[in-house]
Design a protein around this ligand. Structure first.
Ligand code: PTJ
Length: 246
Protein backbone atom coordinates (compact mmCIF):
# COMPACT_ATOMS: atom_id res chain seq x y z
CA UNK A 1 0.00 0.00 0.00
CA UNK A 2 1.49 3.35 -1.07
CA UNK A 3 0.70 6.17 1.39
CA UNK A 4 -0.93 9.27 -0.14
CA UNK A 5 1.72 11.38 1.57
CA UNK A 6 4.47 9.82 -0.56
CA UNK A 7 5.98 12.62 -2.72
CA UNK A 8 5.81 10.37 -5.78
CA UNK A 9 2.32 9.02 -5.03
CA UNK A 10 0.80 9.74 -8.49
CA UNK A 11 3.68 8.22 -10.38
CA UNK A 12 3.78 5.13 -8.14
CA UNK A 13 0.02 4.60 -8.44
CA UNK A 14 0.28 4.80 -12.22
CA UNK A 15 2.99 2.15 -12.07
CA UNK A 16 0.72 -0.02 -9.90
CA UNK A 17 -2.06 0.22 -12.51
CA UNK A 18 0.29 -1.11 -15.19
CA UNK A 19 1.41 -3.98 -12.93
CA UNK A 20 -2.26 -4.83 -12.22
CA UNK A 21 -2.93 -4.66 -15.97
CA UNK A 22 -0.22 -7.25 -16.58
CA UNK A 23 -1.58 -9.47 -13.80
CA UNK A 24 -5.09 -9.31 -15.33
CA UNK A 25 -3.76 -10.14 -18.81
CA UNK A 26 -4.76 -6.73 -20.22
CA UNK A 27 -1.31 -5.12 -20.47
CA UNK A 28 1.60 -6.86 -22.21
CA UNK A 29 4.77 -7.59 -20.28
CA UNK A 30 6.47 -5.20 -22.72
CA UNK A 31 4.05 -2.57 -21.41
CA UNK A 32 6.11 -2.45 -18.22
CA UNK A 33 9.17 -1.41 -20.21
CA UNK A 34 7.18 1.21 -22.13
CA UNK A 35 5.90 2.60 -18.82
CA UNK A 36 9.45 2.88 -17.47
CA UNK A 37 10.55 4.75 -20.55
CA UNK A 38 7.57 7.06 -20.26
CA UNK A 39 8.28 7.72 -16.56
CA UNK A 40 11.83 8.78 -17.38
CA UNK A 41 10.65 11.35 -19.94
CA UNK A 42 7.87 12.55 -17.65
CA UNK A 43 10.50 13.14 -14.97
CA UNK A 44 12.46 15.29 -17.43
CA UNK A 45 9.31 17.28 -18.16
CA UNK A 46 8.71 17.94 -14.47
CA UNK A 47 5.64 15.62 -14.51
CA UNK A 48 3.39 18.42 -15.72
CA UNK A 49 1.73 19.47 -18.95
CA UNK A 50 4.02 21.82 -20.83
CA UNK A 51 2.85 24.82 -22.86
CA UNK A 52 3.64 22.95 -26.08
CA UNK A 53 1.66 19.91 -24.94
CA UNK A 54 -1.34 22.05 -24.03
CA UNK A 55 -1.28 23.58 -27.52
CA UNK A 56 -1.04 20.11 -29.14
CA UNK A 57 -3.95 18.97 -26.97
CA UNK A 58 -6.10 21.88 -28.14
CA UNK A 59 -5.21 21.24 -31.79
CA UNK A 60 -5.94 17.50 -31.33
CA UNK A 61 -9.40 18.39 -30.06
CA UNK A 62 -9.93 20.55 -33.17
CA UNK A 63 -8.70 17.77 -35.48
CA UNK A 64 -11.04 15.25 -33.82
CA UNK A 65 -14.02 17.62 -34.00
CA UNK A 66 -13.37 18.31 -37.71
CA UNK A 67 -12.93 14.61 -38.56
CA UNK A 68 -15.55 12.73 -40.57
CA UNK A 69 -14.60 9.33 -39.18
CA UNK A 70 -12.30 9.55 -36.16
CA UNK A 71 -11.22 6.45 -34.21
CA UNK A 72 -9.39 6.18 -30.88
CA UNK A 73 -6.95 3.28 -30.80
CA UNK A 74 -6.57 1.54 -27.43
CA UNK A 75 -3.65 -0.67 -26.41
CA UNK A 76 -2.85 -2.59 -23.25
CA UNK A 77 -1.26 0.38 -21.44
CA UNK A 78 -3.97 2.90 -22.34
CA UNK A 79 -6.68 0.41 -21.33
CA UNK A 80 -5.52 0.31 -17.72
CA UNK A 81 -4.19 3.85 -17.32
CA UNK A 82 -7.14 5.87 -18.66
CA UNK A 83 -10.08 3.64 -19.65
CA UNK A 84 -12.84 5.92 -18.33
CA UNK A 85 -11.15 9.03 -19.72
CA UNK A 86 -10.90 7.42 -23.18
CA UNK A 87 -14.58 6.48 -23.07
CA UNK A 88 -15.44 10.08 -22.13
CA UNK A 89 -13.33 11.51 -24.98
CA UNK A 90 -14.90 8.99 -27.35
CA UNK A 91 -18.36 10.28 -26.38
CA UNK A 92 -17.43 13.97 -26.62
CA UNK A 93 -15.85 13.84 -30.09
CA UNK A 94 -17.94 10.97 -31.39
CA UNK A 95 -14.93 8.73 -32.04
CA UNK A 96 -15.49 5.01 -31.38
CA UNK A 97 -12.76 3.02 -29.65
CA UNK A 98 -10.85 0.19 -31.30
CA UNK A 99 -8.52 -2.17 -29.48
CA UNK A 100 -5.38 -2.34 -31.56
CA UNK A 101 -2.40 -4.18 -30.14
CA UNK A 102 1.24 -4.31 -31.04
CA UNK A 103 1.86 -7.63 -29.24
CA UNK A 104 -1.47 -8.96 -30.43
CA UNK A 105 -3.28 -11.98 -29.07
CA UNK A 106 -7.03 -12.44 -29.56
CA UNK A 107 -7.34 -13.34 -25.88
CA UNK A 108 -5.91 -9.97 -24.80
CA UNK A 109 -8.01 -8.11 -27.38
CA UNK A 110 -11.17 -9.75 -25.94
CA UNK A 111 -10.14 -8.96 -22.37
CA UNK A 112 -9.62 -5.28 -23.20
CA UNK A 113 -12.97 -5.08 -25.06
CA UNK A 114 -14.74 -6.64 -22.03
CA UNK A 115 -12.87 -4.30 -19.68
CA UNK A 116 -13.89 -1.19 -21.66
CA UNK A 117 -17.50 -2.38 -22.02
CA UNK A 118 -17.72 -3.07 -18.28
CA UNK A 119 -16.74 0.58 -17.73
CA UNK A 120 -19.42 1.89 -20.08
CA UNK A 121 -17.88 1.92 -23.59
CA UNK A 122 -20.70 1.71 -26.10
CA UNK A 123 -19.29 2.44 -29.54
CA UNK A 124 -16.40 0.13 -30.36
CA UNK A 125 -15.02 -1.44 -33.52
CA UNK A 126 -14.28 -5.05 -32.66
CA UNK A 127 -13.66 -6.89 -35.94
CA UNK A 128 -10.21 -7.70 -37.25
CA UNK A 129 -11.02 -8.13 -40.93
CA UNK A 130 -8.61 -5.53 -42.32
CA UNK A 131 -4.83 -5.29 -42.56
CA UNK A 132 -2.67 -2.14 -42.42
CA UNK A 133 -0.49 -2.41 -45.56
CA UNK A 134 3.25 -2.74 -45.06
CA UNK A 135 3.19 -4.40 -41.63
CA UNK A 136 3.63 -8.03 -40.66
CA UNK A 137 0.42 -9.93 -40.09
CA UNK A 138 -0.64 -9.89 -36.41
CA UNK A 139 0.13 -6.28 -35.54
CA UNK A 140 -1.41 -5.16 -38.85
CA UNK A 141 -4.92 -6.41 -37.99
CA UNK A 142 -7.63 -3.75 -37.77
CA UNK A 143 -11.38 -3.38 -38.29
CA UNK A 144 -12.28 -2.50 -41.90
CA UNK A 145 -15.04 -0.17 -40.63
CA UNK A 146 -12.79 1.28 -37.91
CA UNK A 147 -9.11 2.21 -38.12
CA UNK A 148 -8.84 0.88 -41.67
CA UNK A 149 -11.30 3.43 -43.03
CA UNK A 150 -10.86 6.23 -40.46
CA UNK A 151 -9.71 9.67 -41.58
CA UNK A 152 -8.26 10.56 -38.15
CA UNK A 153 -6.71 8.11 -35.66
CA UNK A 154 -5.63 8.95 -32.12
CA UNK A 155 -2.82 6.59 -31.15
CA UNK A 156 -1.55 6.64 -27.58
CA UNK A 157 1.88 5.06 -26.97
CA UNK A 158 2.24 3.84 -30.53
CA UNK A 159 5.07 1.98 -32.21
CA UNK A 160 6.93 4.04 -34.85
CA UNK A 161 6.42 1.52 -37.65
CA UNK A 162 2.69 1.42 -37.22
CA UNK A 163 2.43 5.17 -36.91
CA UNK A 164 4.24 5.53 -40.24
CA UNK A 165 2.05 2.85 -41.85
CA UNK A 166 -1.08 4.77 -40.79
CA UNK A 167 0.35 8.03 -42.14
CA UNK A 168 1.22 6.22 -45.40
CA UNK A 169 -2.45 5.14 -45.62
CA UNK A 170 -3.33 8.85 -45.80
CA UNK A 171 -4.73 9.18 -42.29
CA UNK A 172 -4.25 12.13 -40.02
CA UNK A 173 -2.48 10.72 -36.96
CA UNK A 174 -2.55 12.21 -33.46
CA UNK A 175 0.03 10.58 -31.15
CA UNK A 176 0.41 10.74 -27.39
CA UNK A 177 4.04 10.04 -26.55
CA UNK A 178 6.19 11.38 -23.73
CA UNK A 179 9.32 10.93 -25.82
CA UNK A 180 9.54 13.86 -28.27
CA UNK A 181 12.40 12.09 -30.09
CA UNK A 182 10.58 8.81 -30.78
CA UNK A 183 9.83 7.82 -34.38
CA UNK A 184 6.13 8.00 -33.54
CA UNK A 185 6.46 11.53 -32.17
CA UNK A 186 8.40 12.60 -35.25
CA UNK A 187 6.07 11.02 -37.79
CA UNK A 188 2.60 11.89 -36.43
CA UNK A 189 0.76 14.99 -37.67
CA UNK A 190 0.01 16.16 -34.13
CA UNK A 191 2.16 14.87 -31.27
CA UNK A 192 1.12 15.39 -27.68
CA UNK A 193 4.26 15.14 -25.52
CA UNK A 194 2.45 14.54 -22.26
CA UNK A 195 1.54 11.68 -19.98
CA UNK A 196 -1.56 9.92 -21.26
CA UNK A 197 -3.03 10.36 -17.76
CA UNK A 198 -2.99 14.16 -18.26
CA UNK A 199 -3.30 14.27 -22.06
CA UNK A 200 -6.64 12.52 -22.50
CA UNK A 201 -8.55 14.65 -19.94
CA UNK A 202 -6.94 17.78 -21.43
CA UNK A 203 -8.07 16.87 -24.96
CA UNK A 204 -11.59 16.22 -23.65
CA UNK A 205 -11.62 19.58 -21.86
CA UNK A 206 -10.43 21.37 -24.99
CA UNK A 207 -13.03 19.53 -27.11
CA UNK A 208 -15.79 20.67 -24.79
CA UNK A 209 -14.55 24.24 -25.00
CA UNK A 210 -14.29 24.11 -28.81
CA UNK A 211 -17.46 22.17 -29.47
CA UNK A 212 -19.49 25.23 -30.43
CA UNK A 213 -16.78 26.75 -32.65
CA UNK A 214 -17.45 26.72 -36.37
CA UNK A 215 -15.36 24.64 -38.78
CA UNK A 216 -13.43 27.72 -40.01
CA UNK A 217 -12.26 28.51 -36.50
CA UNK A 218 -11.26 24.90 -35.89
CA UNK A 219 -9.48 24.73 -39.25
CA UNK A 220 -7.56 27.91 -38.46
CA UNK A 221 -6.23 26.33 -35.26
CA UNK A 222 -5.13 23.27 -37.22
CA UNK A 223 -3.54 25.30 -40.04
CA UNK A 224 -1.54 27.44 -37.61
CA UNK A 225 -0.07 24.37 -35.91
CA UNK A 226 3.41 23.17 -36.87
CA UNK A 227 4.23 19.79 -35.32
CA UNK A 228 8.00 20.08 -35.79
CA UNK A 229 8.02 23.49 -34.09
CA UNK A 230 5.83 22.16 -31.30
CA UNK A 231 8.16 19.18 -30.77
CA UNK A 232 11.12 21.55 -30.60
CA UNK A 233 9.14 23.50 -28.01
CA UNK A 234 8.76 20.34 -25.91
CA UNK A 235 12.50 19.66 -26.12
CA UNK A 236 13.25 23.25 -25.10
CA UNK A 237 10.86 22.90 -22.16
CA UNK A 238 12.72 19.77 -21.03
CA UNK A 239 16.04 21.63 -21.28
CA UNK A 240 14.54 24.61 -19.42
CA UNK A 241 13.29 22.33 -16.65
CA UNK A 242 16.70 20.64 -16.34
CA UNK A 243 18.46 23.99 -16.20
CA UNK A 244 16.03 25.10 -13.51
CA UNK A 245 16.63 22.06 -11.23
CA UNK A 246 20.44 21.82 -11.75
O1 PTJ B 1 -0.58 -3.42 -25.64
P1 PTJ B 1 0.30 -3.50 -26.86
O2 PTJ B 1 0.62 -4.91 -27.26
O3 PTJ B 1 -0.29 -2.76 -28.03
O4 PTJ B 1 1.70 -2.81 -26.51
C1 PTJ B 1 1.76 -1.47 -26.11
C2 PTJ B 1 3.22 -0.97 -25.97
C3 PTJ B 1 3.15 0.44 -25.36
C4 PTJ B 1 3.95 -1.91 -25.04
C5 PTJ B 1 3.87 -0.96 -27.36
O5 PTJ B 1 3.15 -0.15 -28.25
C6 PTJ B 1 5.31 -0.55 -27.29
O6 PTJ B 1 6.22 -1.36 -27.17
O7 PTJ B 1 5.50 0.77 -27.36
P2 PTJ B 1 6.98 1.45 -27.33
O8 PTJ B 1 7.62 1.25 -28.67
O9 PTJ B 1 7.70 1.04 -26.09
O10 PTJ B 1 6.62 2.98 -27.23
C7 PTJ B 1 5.91 3.49 -26.17
C8 PTJ B 1 6.14 5.00 -26.15
O11 PTJ B 1 5.18 5.53 -25.27
C9 PTJ B 1 7.52 5.40 -25.63
O12 PTJ B 1 8.06 6.43 -26.43
C10 PTJ B 1 7.25 5.94 -24.22
O13 PTJ B 1 8.08 7.03 -23.88
C11 PTJ B 1 5.81 6.41 -24.34
N1 PTJ B 1 5.07 6.30 -23.08
C12 PTJ B 1 5.15 5.34 -22.13
N2 PTJ B 1 4.30 5.56 -21.12
C13 PTJ B 1 3.61 6.68 -21.46
C14 PTJ B 1 4.10 7.16 -22.71
N3 PTJ B 1 3.61 8.25 -23.30
C15 PTJ B 1 2.61 8.91 -22.66
N4 PTJ B 1 2.10 8.51 -21.46
C16 PTJ B 1 2.57 7.41 -20.83
N5 PTJ B 1 2.07 7.04 -19.65
Amino acid sequence: MIPKSHPRYESLMTREKIVEGVEKGITSIQGLIAQGRGEAFDYLLGEKTSKSALQAEKVSAAVLLLAKKPVISVNGNAAVLVPEELIRLSDIVNAPLEVNLFHRTQERVNKIIDHLRSLGAKRMYTKSDGLIPGLEHERAKVDIDGIFSADVVLVPLEDGDRCKALVDMGKKVIAIDLNPLSRTAQCAHVTIVDNITRAVPNVSRAAEELKNSNDNELQRLVNEFDNKKNLNGSIEEIIGHLTFIC
